[in-house]
Design a protein around this ligand. Sequence first.
Ligand code: PLP
Length: 368
Amino acid sequence: MIPLASPLAQYRSQAGAIDAAIRRVLEGGDYVLGGEVQAFERAFAEFCGVGDAVGVNSGTDALKLALRALGIGAGDEVVTVSHTALATVAAILEAGAVPVLVDIDPVHRTIDPARIDAAVTSRCRAIVPVHVYGQAADMAAVLAIAQRHGLKVIEDCAQAAGGRYRGQRLGSLGDAGCFSFYPTKNLGAIGDGGMVTANDVQLAGRVRRLRQYGWDEHRRTQEAGFNSRLDALQAAILAAKLPRLDEDNGRRAALARRYATALRDLPMTLPATRADGDHVFHLYAIESDDAEALRRHLASRGIGSAAHYRVPVHRHDGYAARVVVPATGLPVTERLAGRMLSLPIYPELADADADRVIDAVRDYFAGR
Ligand SMILES: Cc1ncc(COP(=O)(O)O)c(C=O)c1O
């Protein structure tokens, strides 16, 4: 079986460092927040080139707390996309705001800047560009639009740890960057975890208070908060893995090149990469008329794949009534639903296994 992603292979490839980190935490006796979390926050802030970073319980909470720390909540609108994980939109709702969903650019599948202006009302407070699949959104355009309307920009970096846009790390371009350390992510924990990055240390300080009931360092509060702490085990494991993230992302990019070379003549659209960004290939998502049949064919050959995002957020029963969609609809998002298929990609995937994936995809099209 070749899985879509393999947190187990990742653990095994770094077991020595991870086991040592776990043992250190167990013997240290400090299991929630504390020195391990502070050390990882510093390392991650330095890695991203930002003023500060705040560890939280998940990527969803990172988005929620960043929004709340920027003063965004009830009555406010936040522009984002429907071609994303439910979590992006769930976090906006949890913050109390209304998600306003716009279409994506058909080539890169990130937010289409040309659709944002029409979605901005007097209640709009922020834009959440999603660096989906591991590729940067068109940040120059997003930031220019945000500045024109006086909006905050919160980058959803859940799928893009280590990625860059015009040389800068993702998570350092907007007002805040929000990361997920869910085990399958490019920097994955052995459980849930997330991080908010910010250049503004005051903003980071507010996130730090909000993650623990609103407490300051003297356990006094000026505002009510949440419980969204990162635990020491996850922080220590993530700190042990961080030094290898760039190398791992390089391996993902090499696998993506291998797929691109071997599959380019087939009747499907391969991922397009921006010339001014470093795509970190959290997912290798192709587009095809045959996505579902290809998924079944791959499964019959013991190869995992997944349809991201077969049901866009605005088509989910639990969310449809809670989001705003433009009167003109979301034609690109709708067209891609059911046409995308993510092929296995993770740093430990051997070339021989990538070649098995390639052979299986080629066999599918040869047999049509
Ligand atoms: C684009 C995107 N945003 C947010 C999240 C939320 O992260 P988490 O699962 O850590 O809450 C995810 C991951 O599921 C994601 O892919």
